[in-house]
Design a protein around this ligand. Structure first.
Ligand SMILES: Cc1cc2nc3c(=O)[nH]c(=O)nc-3n(C[C@H](O)[C@H](O)[C@H](O)COP(=O)(O)OP(=O)(O)OC[C@H]3O[C@@H](n4cnc5c(N)ncnc54)[C@H](O)[C@@H]3O)c2cc1C
Length: 491
């Protein structure tokens, strides 16, 4: 059987590619190593609570925004119910050392007004900074339908770092912290983060902030339903072990089971450092393969899933970013657990009843659990004991920083080993390959005809970045102008 396209990986980018291609009449097959599609974002239930895993909230989905157009074009707008986060403060920063806290309202003008009032001497600088981000956040090829596709990514390699850009705010370290706290959502420190990356991620949230009723599970189910109606196929427990090539082009894939499946195009959405080991020697240039192998990864994390016996109303439709003091960022995983920056969100933010579930994301390095490495289904008792110990330590930390969280009950803890097993990202990198200044992340098109790349490394992590990556890759097959034409008609 010959497919038009095989997509390796049923994450957000894989499903987006599959949907776009299947809709255009292509015969499409998605292959996923995990027993279920989209293991990173589908969430799970424990102790009667649904917990989101790799999706909590999305930026840039406000009415008439360019990202909303993509959502509509994919068919997600009709399938999903969005709810807005708290207009007066969707993300709050708490600086433990000084006891200060700041809430970011939704919308560039609202942020200017609020922070301008709190930091009157910085008012003009705040306004200029936010105007700059407002102009840049949607500077992605498929959001801005006039941007040249070929130039994409260059600014992220050569521009200024976020840290340099924030030197304007040197007299106000709290503002520096506030404007860089969203680096936790892309996993690159302000020293190494391109200003464009921060503008795209943080800026999308400054623009508008939404959750999805039913969370990541509802998002995945909607994508799967759309894919099924478009005639796309999906196979889980189907780990690809090799790409099949002829000297000039891709021919298909081989699964771990030995089965071979053939296709004109193969789209790889895996962490790109994994690509070289799937390819026979000699089909791509050694310099290119070396570049892929050396791509830097984002840090990993512990993710705490806990139950509170009292209501967590203070976290409804808002998240809390905690920094021990200004200048400590999520990328600082060399610090002891108690001195790291972290993030707290309520589980089931869109639901009507009492909120009792908590998700805490605390950056970590793989080395912290590497001694317990083992296949997923055969973890040792020592690892489970270690997990329990880390979990309890983190609950203590949360209660110290936030007294409303005293008495939490640990229901589950994901470690860097869990993240590695769910995504196959080396060392459980939370957002896979990062976009670091000076690093050339791969483009969707490779020199081997029919072999394309997609995924968060191509554009940016998050719903916005992975959907854009899906359009960039599928547009390389379908024709960018034709796909952009469809989007123009959807505005
Ligand atoms: C804890 C956490 C919280 C997050 N919170 C948010 C949020 O609130 N909002 C937001 O917008 N984004 C969030 N993100 C980011 C978002 O989840 C990711 O950017 C996105 O899911 C990445 O999608 P992807 O398709 O690029 O990669 P992946 O989802 O990693 O997809 C790759 C797929 O390939 C599969 N695979 C790997 N190897 C093979 C193989 N050999 N054969 C077959 N299949 C294979 C993997 O199992 C995986 O399913 C969060 C991420 C994490 C980890």
């Amino acid at each position: 059987m010959q497919y038009d396209a095989i997509i390796i990986g049923a994450g957000l980018s894989g499903l987006t590619n599959a949907l776009l291609l299947a809709r255009s009449g292509r015969r499409v097959l998605v292959l996923e190593q995990h027993p279920q599609p989209a293991p990173v974002v589908r969430g799970f239930s424990r102790g009667g609570h649904y917990f989101d895993s790799g999706f909590h909230y999305a930026g840039g989905l406000g009415k008439n925004s360019p990202f909303r157009t993509l959502f509509r074009h994919l068919g997600l707008e009709d399938k999903l119910k969005l709810f807005s986060f708290a207009a007066e403060g969707f993300d709050c920063l708490q600086i433990s050392e000084t006891g200060e806290s700041f809430a970011l309202p939704i919308g560039f003008e609202a942020i200017k007004a609020k922070l301008g009032g709190q930091f009157p001497q910085a008012r003009q600088k705040i306004a200029a900074y936010l105007d700059d981000i407002a102009a840049k956040w949607s500077h992605f090829p498929y959001l801005d339908l006039d941007t040249a596709i070929s130039d994409f990514g260059m600014e992220a390699v050569h521009g200024n770092s976020l840290h340099e850009r924030l030197q304007d705010f040197a007299p106000w370290p709290q503002l520096q912290s506030l404007f860089s706290m969203h680096s936790l959502l892309y996993g690159v420190s302000p020293n190494e983060a391109p200003t464009t990356l921060n503008a795209q991620v943080a800026g999308s949230y400054y623009h508008s902030v939404h959750g999805i009723v039913g969370g990541g599970r509802a998002l995945v189910d909607a994508l799967l339903e759309l894919l099924r109606s478009a005639g796309g196929e999906i196979r889980c427990r189907s780990e690809v072990s090799a790409l099949l090539t002829s000297p000039e082009r891709i021919r298909g894939v081989r699964l771990v089971s030995g089965e071979e499946i053939f296709a004109k195009n193969v789209i790889v959405t895996l962490n790109p450092v994994l690509l070289p080991q799937l390819l026979p020697k000699g089909v791509l240039r050694p310099a290119y393969l070396k570049r892929l192998k050396n791509l830097r990864q984002t840090p990993s994390a512990y993710i705490v899933f806990a139950r509170s016996h009292r209501s967590l109303e203070f976290l409804r439709q808002r998240n809390l970013f905690i920094q021990p003091r200004t200048g400590v960022f999520a990328s600082d995983t060399h610090r002891p657990l108690e001195e790291r920056a972290f993030y707290l969100a309520a589980a089931g933010q869109g639901q009507k009843g009492e909120i009792n579930g908590l998700v805490g994301i605390v950056p970590a390095s793989f080395a912290e659990v590497a001694d317990w490495e083992s296949p997923r289904m055969r973890r040792s008792d020592a690892y489970l004991a270690r997990k329990q110990q880390i979990g309890e330590r983190l609950l203590t930390l949360f209660a110290q920083k936030c007294p409303e969280l005293a008495g939490l009950e640990l229901l589950e803890l994901a470690t860097p080993l869990t993240l590695r097993d769910y995504s196959q990202a080396p060392e459980g990198a939370i957002y896979g390959v990062g976009r670091f200044l000076g690093q050339y992340n791969p483009h969707p098109v490779t020199r081997l005809e029919g072999l394309l790349l997609s995924g968060q490394a191509i554009a940016a992590p998050g719903l916005l970045g992975t959907l854009v990556a899906g359009y960039l890759t599928s547009g390389s097959i379908l024709g960018h102008e034709s796909l952009r034409g469809e989007l123009r008609a959807c505005r």
